[in-house]
Design a protein around this ligand. Structure first.
Ligand code: FAD
Ligand code: SF4
Length: 520
């Protein structure tokens, strides 16, 4: 593009920003997509667990600090497509009740300013765009939907089918996980996805995962009106003297500072970095940070209570693609507990290299292989509640502090106990593994994968930063479309909701720009 002035600047090319760029591309409006990372290199190491998981080659080289000033390296990725390049592609709708107030032992999960019915048509479009496979009617908590999933459920491999049958016999209602991969099991010879064992937590070397890069950014760039700048770190946003308009997006690229301008600016850097960007952009007009008259920017950080739990089964588990089974029987409570507990799903398969690294040399030779070949790997998620003191802060030197004290912990512990009890019932034991090292690991603060909530939307400008269209209450041309807008975190994976909302906001922006409807 010869011009430095755009109709829309989108900052961040992950689930929110990438989807919005795709959606707006056919409108013909001039769009600039700014991404601090580069295209992820396509190389054999993409599928090497030592490189990706143990050495963390593709993780952001960043140091953040916790509430006690301890340094940690966040499990986040700066590249075209953002964290979706590495995600497990489990793409859930929130439950209908997640949009209302939900009572937990530790407090109330607040209602959203929109209902499930408002978002439902966008979920359907999001599922089509991201090639979601699933089976309607099998998940006992799923929200109402008349449309079938665009693709049939991904089949269970034999060991997971046996687990599914065992759980059924134990009175549970397991179901096929909704996943966004471009797999065609009816015609494997022409399927893009080859159903490998390195999907969850890995980039897809053959670009068959429905990530934001492959699904949205690459097709958007086929439109001549869309420009992508990589290595473009957005340092701050400048406003007009009235403070009502963003007039400049200040970027550091190749060591040089440059300013880009647009009628509309959309922030989508991920919930932590988006909050940090607004806080860094404080000015005389916005002394507490941009769009922060309410004081909520950076607050109410949520990331779920997550655990990886590994059970060693008597039967070998040679499964390659394990992420096919989910369990929501405890989502809203249990026979001995009136409050929500959360969600259980299979995790990508842990291999011997990962076991070995996790044990810090404790495992005898050969044992890692044996554990890996018998392990069943689970991921447990419970809702954490929005606490204003759980927050992102930016120091004068730009240093990011993530203050987070987990809440609703009892729900998560009870969920973990429920799964352990179930596993004992169905012939999985843990005697071969030192329990403290492997059986049940709470994901620490560095596990920021499900980050959300730091720039919440709502009707009231006193208690929220964004209106229902995700426009800043305090500014006329600033929007946010990543997971920052969530008022509550629910207990299913967040990304389909981010995508659906980006399409919803995209419709609003297309209308505002006087353009014909978008692509998604
Ligand atoms: C290992 C792993 C597995 C996961 N599995 C699942 C799953 O199965 N299902 C699910 O729903 N979710 C999953 N997630 C979470 C999912 O990846 C996120 O919810 C999703 O990517 C968030 O989308 P986003 O648009 O908010 O941010 P991101 O996808 O993180 O995108 C933000 C983008 O902004 C860029 N950026 C940041 N700061 C700046 C700046 N200052 N200037 C310019 N660019 C900037 C970043 O480089 C990045 O590309 C997983 C995450 C991880 C890490
Ligand atoms: S399972 Fe399919 S989509 Fe996932 S990484 Fe392997 S080939 Fe790619």
């Amino acid at each position: 593009m010869p011009t430095d002035r755009y109709d829309v600047i989108i900052i961040g090319s992950g689930a929110g920003g990438g989807t919005l760029a795709y959606h707006l591309a056919p409108t013909g409006k001039r769009i600039l997509l700014l991404e601090r990372g580069e295209h992820l290199p396509r190389e054999r190491e993409n599928w090497d667990s030592r490189t990706v998981v143990v050495e963390g080659k593709y993780k952001a080289a960043e140091t953040w600090y916790d509430k006690d000033g301890r340094a940690f390296h966040p499990g986040t990725h700066y590249c075209v497509g953002g964290n979706t390049k590495f995600y497990g592609a489990v793409l859930f709708r929130l439950r209908e009740r997640d949009f209302g107030p939900l009572h937990h032992r530790d407090g109330i999960s607040p209602p959203w300013p929109i209902s499930y019915a408002d978002l439902a048509p966008y979920y359907t479009r999001a599922e089509r765009l991201y090639s979601v496979h699933g089976e309607r009617g099998s998940d006992p908590t799923e929200p109402p939907c008349d449309d079938p999933y665009p693709h049939p459920p991904v089949s269970h491999e034999p060991r997971i089918q046996a687990l599914f049958d065992d759980l059924k016999r134990a009175g549970q209602r397991p179901f096929p996980l909704p996943v966004g991969i471009r797999l065609d099991e009816s015609a494997p010879h022409r399927s893009a996805c080859i159903r490998c064992s390195t999907c969850d937590g890995f980039p897809c070397l053959i670009q068959a995962k429905a990530d934001a890069h492959v699904t949205c950014v690459a097709p958007a760039l086929e439109h001549p009106n869309v420009t992508l700048l990589t290595g473009a770190y957005v340092d701050r946003l400048e406003t007009s003297p009235s403070g009502r308009e963003i007039t400049g997006v200040v970027v550091r690229r190749n060591g040089v500072e440059e300013t880009h301008r647009a009628d509309i600016v959309v922030v989508s850097c991920g919930a932590i970095n988006s909050a940090a960007l607004l806080l860094r952009s404080a000015s005389d007009r916005h002394p507490g940070g941009l769009a922060n008259r309410s004081g909520v920017v950076g607050r109410h950080y949520m990331c779920h209570l997550n655990s990886a739990l590994i059970a060693v089964s008597r039967r070998p588990n040679p499964t390659r693609f394990q992420k096919t089974l989910g369990l929501n029987d405890f989502y809203f409570g249990a026979d001995d507990w009136d409050f929500p507990l959360g969600h259980i799903q299979m995790l990508g398969k842990t291999d011997a290299a990962m076991f070995s690294a996790e044990s810090h040399g404790l495992l005898p030779a050969g044992a890692a292989e044996r554990f890996a070949s018998h392990a069943l790997d689970f991921w447990l998620t419970s809702e954490d509640l929005p606490d204003p003191d759980n927050r992102v802060e930016v120091g004068r030197d730009g240093r990011i502090t993530l203050r987070y004290t987990p809440n609703n912990v009892e729900a998560h512990e009870r969920l973990t106990t429920k799964l352990k009890q179930l596993l004992r019932h169905i012939g999985c034991e843990r005697t071969l593994i030192p329990r403290e090292a492997y059986f049940g690991k709470r994901i620490p603060i560095a596990g920021t994968g499900h980050q959300n909530g730091t720039i919440r939307f709502g009707h009231d400008p006193e208690t929220s930063a964004l209106d229902v269209h995700c426009k800043a209450h305090d500014l006329d041309n600033l929007y946010v479309v990543d997971a920052s807008f969530f008022p509550s975190s629910a207990a299913v994976n967040p990304t389909l909701t981010i995508i659906a909302n980006a399409i919803r906001v995209g419709d609003h922006l297309a209308a505002r720009l006087g353009a014909q409807g978008g692509a998604a």
